[in-house]
Design a protein around this ligand. Structure first.
Ligand code: NDP
Ligand code: 8X3
Length: 254
């Protein structure tokens, strides 16, 4: 399906996979709706996109704030309301700790962002899609939604929840014309590990040491491909690893 002129909303568009999705969809001729908390980054992206002739609109959003999420989508300018594709990408990990010493604030932030946030945004966007009889939700899951690794119980739980929500959405939306997909990456070198380790760059870099991780653009090309399929065809799930990765914990390092 051509993406020309389609409205694509990307949450977490200020960095990593989300920012790369913005570029990939812009290249395909889509109109881009960007949101995240760091508005300065979004406005810089929008300026660049507009300079390149791409229609783009940004708004600051913390997906954890349920009233703000509902208001932000309800208050979109009229010509940005009819979202065709929602990329539910905003998410994070905090900490890599055994369950018995994990930080409660880390747990709250992961669950509120990755689970509640995704639900709030979806709830705001879905009624319009259903009314129009078409739309596509593409959730960014993770290998962490398919496996559990040591010290990652809560992040993995949040991504398992995303997997369950994706499946449940597909059931509930069957027959409405709205497609639901998940793209589940393995190791991707973004700001993800820096955020996980609360800004400790040395620790973050170790995550990708001796192996070749994916980059945001690799995942974005898959997300775009999922969105480009014809209306009668839904790529329900994609698991995408770097070639050096075989499971959540088996990674070839040189
Ligand atoms: P980044 O840290 O580079 O990007 C995360 C994005 O999420 C940022 O744009 C950030 O924007 C946004 N975000 C975080 N919290 C909120 C919030 N409360 N409200 C709105 N936006 C928020 O990491 P990635 O690009 O790697 O992560 C994107 C997604 O991919 C996440 O869901 C992650 O779980 C998933 N993923 C990542 C993998 C990896 O190895 N990197 C592998 C598998 C899945 P801002 O801070 O400006 O709000
Ligand atoms: C991110 C991939 O393996 O760091 O979801 O959890 S992993």
């Amino acid at each position: 399906m051509s993406l020309q002129g389609r409205i694509v909303c990307v949450t977490g568009a200020s960095s990593g996979i989300g920012a790369a999705c913005v570029d990939a969809f812009a290249e395909a001729g889509a109109r881009l709706l960007l949101c995240a908390r760091r508005g300065d980054r979004l406005h810089e992206s929008v300026a660049g996109l507009r300079a390149a002739g791409v229609e783009a609109h940004a708004f600051e959003l913390d997906v954890r704030e349920r009233e703000a999420v509902a208001a932000a989508f309800a208050d979109l300018p009229q010509d940005w309301q009819a979202i065709d594709i929602l990329v539910n990408n905003a998410g994070l990990s905090r900490g890599l700790d055994p369950i018995q010493s994990g930080l409660l604030d880390d747990w709250d932030e992961m669950l509120e962002t990755n689970v509640q946030g995704l639900l709030y945004v979806s709830r705001a966007v879905l009624p319009g899609m259903i009314e129009r009889g078409s739309g596509h939700l593409i959730n960014i899951g993770s290998i962490a939604g398919r496996e559990v690794y040591p010290n990652g119980a809560v992040y993995c739980a949040s991504k398992h929840a995303v997997g369950a929500i994706t499946k449940g959405m597909r059931l509930d939306l069957n027959g409405t014309g709205v497609k639901v997909s998940t793209v589940d990456p393995g190791l991707v070198n973004t700001e993800f590990s820096k955020v996980r380790f609360h800004g400790d760059e040395a620790k973050a870099d170790k995550t990708y040491q001796g192996m070749t991780p994916l980059v945001g653009a690799d995942v974005a090309s898959v997300v775009r491909w999922v969105a480009e399929q014809p209306a009668h065809m839904n790529i329900a799930e994609v698991l995408v690893f770097p070639s050096d990765q075989a499971s959540a914990t088996v990674v070839h390092r040189r």
